[in-house]
Ligand binder design. Structure first.
Ligand SMILES: [Fe+2]
Length: 398
């Protein structure tokens, strides 16, 4: 194999593991097995699931190794067991989970020497399956950060740095901060194979009408104006499904925001309550809230194609700022395969989620690793989900 690919694989695996263990090290074993929300797994489930996924792809599929325990195929299958049910499964305890992931990793690194990453096998070529496993671990690290944020009483020592970057320009509750993007034929997706997921392929052209898009994500300052203007009480701003959700959920502001008496808004960030940082992008809002805000501002959410067209202009004068790596951004688009989509290497990564019930998010967040931060990366979630690090920006027709 080429040394470059091998060292990239090794560095990727080591970086992901250092991050995982660093996140979990300060958390007591009792808290690792706790479930803080029915939306999330106990952290120890995520940890052993990371090891199981790695064993499945990098040992069983690649070198034909036997499973450590066949029961894990059931217990750690994310599709068989929704998160709310995972605490009742016979999952490994923290010491056993740590030993399991360490043992798998040692065997993976031992086997790596023998693997041909330059051959014709599409799973191995350029280290694809290793990249898939590295990204999978980082994506679970982001999920675990969302779980840790939900742990009200736990002060993680690293939490001070866990927040979005402030934005420099803020046009308040208007469309003044938008930049114009010319229309025409736009290239979406990629044909790159290594370290890119099936749902990002193939690269294809779409026609995009000229449009305008916010130069930065919507900030807490802007979002507060929507809240204080009665945005949550005005049914005209909401879709029918959004209004139903908001009535059922009884929400009046983003998750973790609070206002007591006549005081100003605060937000809870990793067990500490703090003054709302007005220049940061709003996060912990669901798609319905983003959509209602956009209507309030006489704008709309960008389509996925518009978002990627704008992101491709990164570095050009007048291009929007901070499109990748600050907060996930909700788009108007339902999750679907691109024309000519071929599932690889398994349908359950993305194909089984295609359909109108999921909305696409773009850009990656401050919690996303560099291996996941790219303009073609597609995330998806239900339009009612708020625990993820998602915000949005608005768009409008030219
Ligand atoms: Fe997973």
């Amino acid at each position: 194999m080429t040394v470059d690919t091998e060292s990239r694989v090794e560095a990727g695996l080591e970086g992901a593991r250092a991050r995982t263990l660093g996140l979990l090290a300060p958390i007591a074993d009792a808290a690792l097995v706790d479930q803080v929300s029915p939306l999330m797994s106990p952290l120890v489930w995520d940890l052993a699931h990371i090891g199981h996924y790695e064993e499945l792809w990098l040992l069983r599929n690649v070198v034909g190794a036997a499973p450590t325990n066949e029961l894990f195929d059931d217990v750690y299958d994310a599709f068989k067991h929704p998160r709310r049910d995972r605490p009742s499964l016979p999952i490994l305890g923290p010491p056993e989970a740590r030993a399991f992931v360490a043992g798998v990793r040692k065997r993976v690194l031992d086997a790596l020497e023998m693997i041909d990453l330059d051959g014709d096998d599409p799973l191995l070529r350029h280290g694809f399956v290793y990249g898939m496993v590295v990204q999978h671990e980082h994506q679970h690290d982001e999920t675990m950060l969302a779980t840790i944020q939900l742990m009200k009483d736990f002060a993680h020592p690293d939490a001070a740095g866990w927040h979005p970057a402030p934005v420099e320009r803020d046009a308040g509750g208007t469309n003044e901060g938008m930049v114009a993007v010319p229309g025409g034929s736009s290239v979406i997706g990629t044909d790159e194979h290594a370290w890119v997921y099936d749902n990002e392929r193939p690269r294809h052209e779409v026609d995009v009408a000229p449009f305008r898009i916010d130069s930065t994500p919507v900030t807490n300052r802007q979002y507060r104006a929507f809240v204080e203007d009665g945005g949550y009480d005005d049914a005209r701003l909401w879709s029918a499904a959004g209004w139903d959700w908001h009535q059922d959920a009884g929400v009046e502001a983003p998750l973790f925001w609070r206002r007591e008496g006549g005081s100003d808004w605060s937000r809870r960030r990793y067990c500490r309550r703090e003054e709302l940082p007005l220049d940061e992008p709003v996060q912990h809002i669901c798609w319905h809230e983003a959509d209602a805000f956009a209507t309030w501002r006489s704008a709309r959410l960008p389509t996925e194609a518009e978002w990627e067209t704008a992101a491709a202009r990164d570095g050009e004068p007048g291009a929007p700022q901070q499109m990748v790596g600050n907060v996930w951004e909700w788009t108007a688009t339902d999750f679907a395969g691109y024309p000519g989509f071929v599932s690889f290497p398994y349908r359950e990564y993305s194909e089984v989620f295609f359909g109108p019930e999921y909305k696409v998010l773009r850009g990656g967040s401050w919690a996303s690793d560099a291996s996941v931060r790219r303009a073609t990366f597609r995330n998806w979630d239900y339009p009612i989900r708020r625990q993820i690090f998602a915000g949005f920006r608005c768009a409008a027709d030219a």
